[in-house]
Design a protein around this ligand. Structure first.
Ligand SMILES: Nc1ncnc2c1ncn2[C@@H]1O[C@H](COP(=O)(O)OP(=O)(O)OP(=O)(O)O)[C@@H](O)[C@H]1O
Ligand SMILES: [Mg+2]
Length: 612
C-alpha cells in the first residue's frame, strides 16, 4: 500500500476521535493493558540476550562486562556452570513472562475493544430508533443493516485485533532496531534496511490479496443473488424449462469466483516463500558482514547471535504492521459511515415549548394543510376538515390519493409544509411527541407483529397491561378464540412478521393491541383489505367494539367499513373533493355514489354467482 493513501489524514483521525467517548469508561483498563504489552515487549527483546551470554561468557569464557556485571554478581559470573544455570533460568522466566503478558495484554485489549464496540452498536441502534420516518424514506434498509453489522465489525477488527498487535509489533521493532544500533551502527543500518524491504514486499502482497478478496466477495454476492433468485423462483424456472439456462448462469458466475480464488491462492502461497527468501538473503548478508566484524573483534559471537535472532523474529511484527494500514483504512471508512448516521438529527422533535398533552377529548382539525414527502412533490393540497369527539370518519379515495398520508401527519411522522393540524384545539406541534402518540392507537394495513409471544405482541400496545387486560382485549378483538386453540395459547411465539397466522388472525391481534392501548384516538389504515368475507366479518365486528367511545379515522376501500361512518371524506389526488354523511353523498350522486354502486354491483354479481 502506498504511504499516501494509508497515511491517516487529520480528518480521519478526527473521525476516530469522535468514538473516544465510547472508550472513556475503559481508560484505566486500556492503560493497564498497554503496560502489560510493554512488559511483553521488554521480555521479547531480552530473550536473545541470555543466549548471547551463554555463548560469550560460558562457552567462549570471556569476562562479563558492564552492564551485565550490575545484574549478575561476580561470584556467579566466575562459576561457569552456575552462570549457565542462572542464564537458562532467566530464559525460562523470560519465556513465561512473555507468554503470560501476551495473553493477558491482548486479551484485555480485545475484551475492552468488544465492550467499546458494544456501546457504539447500542448507541447506533438507539439513535436509529429516534430518527424520523422521512429519514427511512431515503435509506436502503440493507445499507443501514450493513452499518450496524459490517461497519461496526470493521471498527471492532481495528480495536480488537489490529491496534493491540500494532502496538506490540511497533514497540518490538523500534526496540530491536534501537538495540541493534547500540550494539553496532552497521547492524542498526542493516536491520532498518531489512525491515523496510520486508515492509515493502509484505504490504504489496497484502494490498493485492485484499483487492482480489474484495472482488471475490462481490462475485460471491452476485453468485448468491443468482442462486437465490433461481431457487425462490424454482417453479417458474421449471415451468418454463429454464433449468439448463439457470445452471449456465450460475456456473458462469461462480466460474469468475473460481478464477479469483486461484489468484488469491497463488498470492497467498507465494508470499511466505518470497518473505522467507528475503529473510534468508538478509541473514546471509548479516552473517557475512557479522562474521567479518567478529573476526575483527569489533563485536562478539554473542552479539551476532542477538542480531540474527532479531532478524528471524522481525518478520512477524512487520507483517502485522503492513496489514494494519488496510485495516485502518477500512475502519476509518466505516467509522465515517457510522458517524454520518450518529450525526443525523431527527427532523421531527419536540418543540422547546412543547407541553405534554392531557387526556384528549378527540376533537381533530386539519386547517389548510399542504404536505409533500419532499417539498417539490406535494401530496396533500389545502386539506381542511373537522372531526368531533367520538366520530367515525372514513377517508375514501383511489390508491395514492393521500389517505395514509393524512394518518401519518396526525401521528406527526411528518410535519406539513403549510397549515396546521389541531387536536383539542391546539397545534399538535405544541404537544410533546410521546404524549401525542401515547393517545393514538394504530391498526395498520399490514399489522407489524414481532418475533415474540402473542401476549407480548398484544402488550406492545401498552407494556404495563396486566394479563387480564390482555385477555380481555383479545376477547373483544375476536382473537381469543383462535389464540386458545394454539398449542401454547398466549405464550405461542410468533414467527417474524407473524408468518404462520392468517391475514385475519394477524389483523385481530393488531386490533387487540390497539384495544389494550386505551387511547382516545384511533387510526385504522385499510384494516380489512385482503380478507375474505368471513374474516372480514369477524374483523369488522372487532373493529366496531374498538371504535366505541373513540374518535376514529379510517382509510377504507370497503363499503362494509365506510357505510357506518359518521362522516366521509372523499380524497382525490390530495384534495378533499366531497364530504358528508353516507346518505348525503349517495344523494349527491358523485364519487362516493359511483364507488357505492360499483361495489354493490360486484357484491350482487358475486352473490348471484354463489347462488347459481
Ligand atoms: N414515504 C413516501 N415518500 C414519498 N412519497 C410517498 C411516500 N408515501 C407515499 N408517497 C406518495 O404520496 C402519495 C399519497 O400516498 P398515500 O400512501 O397517502 O396514498 P393512499 O391514499 O393511502 O393510497 P392507498 O390506498 O394505496 O393506500 C402517493 O403518490 C405516494 O406515491
Ligand atoms: Mg394507504
Amino acid at each position: 500500500m502506498n504511504a499516501k493513501t494509508s497515511k491517516p489524514s487529520p480528518r480521519r483521525i478526527g473521525t476516530l476521535r469522535a468514538f473516544l467517548p465510547y472508550a472513556k469508561p475503559y481508560r484505566w483498563t486500556i492503560t493497564l493493558a498497554l503496560l502489560i504489552l510493554f512488559l511483553d515487549t521488554l521480555a521479547s527483546l531480552a530473550a536473545p540476550w541470555p543466549v548471547k551470554l551463554i555463548f560469550d561468557n560460558v562457552l567462549l569464557g570471556k569476562h562479563l562486562h558492564s552492564p551485565w556485571t550490575l545484574l549478575i554478581p561476580a561470584s556467579v559470573a566466575q562459576n561457569h556452570f552456575l552462570l549457565l544455570d542462572v542464564l537458562c533460568l532467566a530464559l525460562l522466566w523470560l519465556a513465561l513472562v512473555s507468554a503470560g503478558a501476551t495473553y493477558a495484554g491482548t486479551r484485555l485489549l480485545a475484551v475492552t475493544g468488544q465492550r467499546v464496540v458494544f456501546r457504539i452498536r447500542c448507541a447506533l441502534f438507539a439513535h436509529l430508533q429516534e430518527l424520523s420516518p422521512s429519514f427511512y424514506d431515503r435509506q436502503r434498509l440493507g445499507d443501514l443493516l450493513t452499518r450496524l453489522t459490517s461497519d461496526v465489525q470493521a471498527i471492532q477488527d481495528m480495536l480488537v485485533i489490529a491496534l493491540p498487535s500494532l502496538l506490540l509489533s511497533g514497540m518490538i521493532i523500534v526496540g530491536m532496531i534501537s538495540i541493534l544500533v547500540l550494539i553496532n551502527p552497521i547492524f542498526g543500518g542493516l536491520g532498518i534496511l531489512i525491515a523496510l524491504a520486508l515492509y515493502f514486499i509484505l504490504s504489496k502482497y497484502l494490498v493485492r490479496i485484499k483487492q482480489v478478496a474484495r472482488q471475490a466477495r462481490r462475485q460471491e454476492g452476485n453468485a448468491n443473488a443468482v442462486a437465490q433468485e433461481n431457487l425462490l423462483g424454482i417453479r417458474v424456472v421449471q415451468a418454463f424449462g429454464m433449468e439448463a439456462h439457470a445452471k449456465q448462469v450460475y456456473q458462469e458466475s461462480i466460474g469468475e469466483s473460481l478464477r479469483l480464488g486461484e489468484i488469491a491462492a497463488d498470492l497467498e502461497s507465494s508470499m511466505p516463500s518470497v518473505v522467507s527468501l528475503m529473510t534468508d538473503v538478509g541473514m546471509m548478508l548479516v552473517l557475512a558482514i557479522g562474521a567479518l566484524l567478529v573476526m575483527q573483534a569489533w563485536i562478539t559471537v554473542g552479539d551476532l547471535l542477538v542480531l540474527t535472532s532479531y532478524l528471524r523474529t522481525m518478520y512477524k511484527p512487520m507483517r502485522q504492521i503492513s496489514k494494519l494500514s488496510n485495516t485502518f483504512t477500512r475502519a476509518t471508512a466505516s467509522a465515517e459511515r457510522i458517524l454520518d448516521l450518529l450525526q443525523t438529527v431527527p427532523t421531527i422533535i419536540d418543540r422547546p415549548d412543547a407541553q405534554p398533552a392531557g387526556p384528549f377529548n378527540g376533537f381533530i382539525a386539519f386547517d389548510h394543510v399542504h404536505f409533500g414527502y419532499d417539498a417539490q412533490h406535494p401530496v396533500l393540497h389545502d386539506v381542511s376538515f373537522k372531526v368531533q369527539p367520538g366520530m367515525m370518519v372514513a377517508l375514501v379515495g383511489h390508491t395514492g390519493a393521500g389517505k395514509s398520508s393524512i394518518l401519518h401527519l396526525l401521528q406527526r411522522f411528518y410535519d406539513p409544509q403549510r397549515g396546521q393540524i389541531r387536536v383539542d384545539g391546539q397545534d399538535i406541534r405544541g404537544y410533546t411527541l410521546a404524549s401525542l402518540r401515547q393517545q393514538i392507537a394504530l391498526v395498520p394495513q399490514d399489522p407489524m407483529l414481532f418475533r415474540a409471544s402473542i401476549r407480548e405482541n398484544i402488550a406492545y400496545g401498552r407494556p404495563t397491561a396486566t394479563d387480564a387486560e390482555i385477555i380481555a382485549a383479545a376477547r373483544e378483538a375476536n382473537a381469543d378464540e383462535f389464540i386458545v386453540r394454539l398449542p401454547k395459547g398466549y405464550d405461542t411465539i410468533l414467527e417474524e412478521r407473524g408468518v404462520g397466522l392468517s391475514g385475519g388472525q394477524r389483523q385481530r391481534l393488531a386490533i387487540a393491541r390497539a384495544m389494550v392501548r386505551q387511547a382516545p384516538l384511533l387510526l385504522l389504515d385499510e384494516p380489512t383489505v385482503g380478507l375474505d368475507a368471513q374474516s372480514e366479518q369477524s374483523v369488522v365486528e372487532a373493529l366496531e367494539r374498538l371504535m366505541v367511545g373513540r374518535t376514529t379515522l379510517v382509510s377504507a376501500h370497503r363499503l362494509s367499513t365506510i357505510q357506518r361512518a359518521d362522516l366521509i371524506l372523499v380524497i382525490d389526488d390530495g384534495r378533499i373533493v366531497e364530504s358528508g354523511t353516507p346518505a348525503q353523498l349517495l344523494a349527491a350522486r358523485g364519487y362516493y355514489y359511483r364507488l357505492y354502486s360499483l361495489q354493490s354491483r360486484s357484491l350482487e354479481s358475486n352473490l348471484a354467482l354463489a347462488f347459481n
